[in-house]
Design a protein around this ligand. Structure first.
Ligand code: FES
Length: 147
C-alpha cells in the first residue's frame, strides 16, 4: 500500500473524500441539491418567463403551457437576462443579442454554449427549483504514518 502524502485525500464517514488542506487554503466544501421555493404559480403566467432572485442567485423561470422550467438567468454569450427574454414555445431569445435557448434543456439553439438547466417541481401554488447549495465539510485531522 503506498504511503499517504499531503496530496492524498482525507476520507470521511460514509465514503466522502475531502481534498487535502494546507494551511492557507479554503476549507473543503461539498455541494448538495435543495428544492427551494422561487415563485408562486400565478406569478408566471403560461407563455411567459421572469427573473427570480434566490439566495443571491438569478434564475430564469418559464411557464410553457402550464409546465415550469428553470435556467441559469445569465446568457452564456455575455450574461444577458434570459428570464427577461421573449418566449416562443419552448425557445427563449436573449434580450441582449438574440442568442436562443431551449428552456426545457438549456441547450443552445442559436449561439455557442448551453446554459445550466435546473429541475423544477410544482407543489400546490409553489414553484420549487432544485438548486445546488455549498455545504462546508467538517474539518478533518489528517494522520500520517511514518512507515
Ligand atoms: S448576452 Fe445573450 S446573446 Fe449576448
Amino acid at each position: 500500500m503506498p504511503a499517504r502524502t499531503s496530496a492524498s485525500p482525507a476520507y470521511l464517514p460514509g465514503g466522502w473524500a475531502a481534498p487535502a488542506v494546507n494551511g492557507d487554503e479554503e476549507p473543503p466544501t461539498n455541494s448538495i441539491a435543495v428544492m427551494t421555493k422561487v415563485a408562486a404559480v400565478r406569478e408566471v403566467p403560461p407563455g411567459t418567463g421572469r427573473v427570480v432572485q434566490i439566495r443571491g442567485r438569478a434564475i430564469a423561470l418559464f411557464n410553457v403551457d402550464g409546465v415550469f422550467y428553470a435556467l441559469d438567468n445569465a446568457c452564456t454569450h455575455r450574461g444577458g437576462p434570459l428570464g427577461a427574454g421573449r418566449l416562443d414555445g419552448t425557445i427563449v431569445t436573449c434580450p441582449w443579442h438574440a442568442n436562443r435557448f431551449d428552456v426545457t434543456t438549456g441547450q443552445v439553439v442559436v449561439g455557442v454554449q448551453a446554459v445550466t438547466a435546473y429541475a423544477v417541481e410544482v407543489r400546490g401554488d409553489d414553484v420549487l427549483v432544485e438548486l445546488p447549495e455549498v455545504v462546508p465539510l467538517p474539518k478533518v485531522k489528517q494522520v500520517y504514518s511514518s512507515g
